[in-house]
Structures are given as structure tokens and as C-alpha cells.
Design a protein around this ligand. Structure first.
Ligand SMILES: C[S@@+](CC[C@H](N)C(=O)[O-])C[C@H]1O[C@@H](n2cnc3c(N)ncnc32)[C@H](O)[C@@H]1O
Length: 253
């Protein structure tokens, strides 16, 4: 069976066919279940959605079909947010939270954070509720989802909003294009439509001295920084070569 699984995965274009076969085998309850998982993977579903979990910075989070698979490059956001934590009791918001992976890593490192997460996609918030304290996960459009009492009191705002330009979606790998909700990918004409709204309202939600950290594309970093500056936040660009990450932070002055 394993040889057949490896052959099927290889034929479907999986580069690490042996590793993937071993993972599917470990997750499968029996041979029939293994065939089911294999068929989903061969049909192009991301491995993380097939096995039902993903890992970010050593933390395992649950995954659901259609929900954005946390990318390795987002480790940079988590590192920047972690560096901003001083007491361990800070108020942190993971906006556009998807599976809640970023918040889950932060909570694993600092269990006493006052963490809230929000997303517009009900599939994402349902998934995030399985990874975070469920009462801390809110549904709705950006800040509209958040409890009003958080206004003006957020110490760290972590945001991985969609930033792929609409015209580039067609060039994305099928795993993303066909198996992640386009709401999670499509950032409008220049990719920055959602970021623009996030950054424009960030100062209203940040505490004095609070920090916003936003993941962005390399080619978009200057524009993201300019958006921060015009919102009155002091921008800094960050790169992490080990995970190929790019982000801009903005401090409320
Ligand atoms: C690139 S994914 C990031 C998910 C997660 N933060 C991560 O890094 O794994 C972007 C997320 O933004 C959400 N989103 C898009 N537009 C939104 C909006 N207007 N309000 C709230 N969430 C939104 C999508 O549903 C998706 O879950």
C-alpha cells in the first residue's frame, strides 16, 4: 500500500511523496481512511487540510477545508509580536486571524496575554475557535468584529491580511487558488485594499505606544510603510531571510 501511495502522490506532483505518504499513514485510522486521505491529496488539497493540522513555529494548529494554511514566512510576524511583549499580560489582537495560528503561537509562548482574534470568514472563525479560547474569536469585517471596549487599548495588533493582487491569483499554485477561500488571498488591484483599511483605523484601536505588525510582500513593503506613516504610525520594515518573511511594523507615537 505504501509503495502505491508514494507512486500516486509522486504522479500527482508531490515532491516529498515518501514523507507525505508516511504522514497520511500516521493520520489514517484504517486502510479505507488512508485511501480517502490519499484521494484528497492526489486531487490537490493542501496536505495540512487533508491531515487536519498545520505547524507554525513548532506549534500545531487544527486546520479545516478552505481555511488559509499558515505559511512559514508568517513566523516573522510572530517573532515581532513576541518581541513587543514585556509583561506577558498585554492585550493582543490577531486581525484576519484565519485558523488563529498566529494567536495560538503567541498564547503558547505567553499564556496570560489578553488575546482576541477576528475574521470575516465563518469557516476561519470556526477553525480559530478550535485553536484559541473560543469566546476570544469574533466574527465580522475587520474592527467591526471586535468588542468596543478594546478601542484605544490594543498593545500589539498582528495582521496577516490578504495581499495578493487580484491579477496574480491566477498564477498562484492550485493548492492555494483552488483550496483556500479567495477572501484569504485577494487583496484587490495592488493587493493592499484590506491593508489600507486595517492601517487607516489602527491608531483608533492601539493603546498609546502600541504596535501594529503587518505582513506584506517585498514589492509592497514601501507602500505598506507609507500607509503606516500617513496614518501617523512610525513605520519600520523587517525581513527574515530564514523564513523568507517580510513585514512592516508601526508604532503609535
Ligand atoms: C492571508 S489569510 C491569513 C490568515 C492567518 N492570519 C494566517 O496567517 O494564517 C487572510 C485572512 O483574512 C481574512 N479576511 C479577509 N478580508 C477580511 C475582512 N474584511 N475582515 C476580516 N477578515 C478578513 C480571510 O478570511 C483570511 O482568513
Amino acid at each position: 500500500m505504501t509503495d502505491a501511495a508514494v507512486a500516486a502522490l509522486r504522479a500527482a506532483g508531490c515532491v516529498f511523496a515518501e514523507d507525505e505518504a508516511a504522514l497520511l499513514r500516521a493520520e489514517a485510522q484504517d486502510d479505507q481512511h488512508l485511501q480517502l486521505l490519499l484521494a484528497e491529496r492526489v486531487a490537490g488539497r493542501p496536505l495540512e487540510q487533508v491531515v487536519g493540522w498545520a505547524e507554525l513555529e513548532g506549534v500545531r494548529v487544527r486546520m479545516s477545508p478552505g481555511v488559509f494554511v499558515p505559511r512559514r514566512r508568517s513566523a516573522l510576524l510572530v517573532r515581532l509580536a513576541t518581541a513587543a511583549v514585556r509583561t506577558g499580560h498585554e492585550r493582543v489582537v490577531d486581525l484576519c486571524c484565519g485558523s488563529g495560528a498566529l494567536g495560538a503561537v503567541l498564547l503558547t509562548r505567553h499564556p496570560h496575554l489578553d488575546l482576541h482574534a477576528a475574521d470575516l470568514d465563518p469557516a476561519a472563525t470556526a477553525c480559530a475557535r478550535s485553536n484559541l479560547p473560543p469566546e476570544r474569536v469574533h466574527d465580522g469585517d475587520l474592527y467591526d468584529a471586535l468588542p468596543h471596549h478594546l478601542r484605544g487599548s490594543v498593545d500589539v495588533l498582528v495582521v496577516n491580511a490578504p495581499y495578493v493582487p487580484s491579477g496574480a491569483i491566477a498564477t498562484m499554485p492550485s493548492e492555494a487558488r483552488d483550496h483556500e477561500h479567495h477572501l484569504a488571498l485577494d487583496g484587490g488591484a495592488d493587493g493592499l485594499d484590506v491593508q489600507r483599511r486595517v492601517i487607516a483605523s489602527a491608531p483608533t484601536w492601539l493603546a498609546p505606544g502600541g504596535l501594529t505588525v503587518v505582513e506584506t510582500g517585498r514589492a509592497q513593503a514601501d507602500t505598506t510603510a507609507a500607509l503606516m506613516r500617513s496614518a501617523g504610525l512610525e513605520p519600520r520594515q523587517h525581513r527574515a531571510a530564514d523564513v523568507d518573511g517580510c513585514a512592516v511594523s508601526g508604532r503609535q507615537v
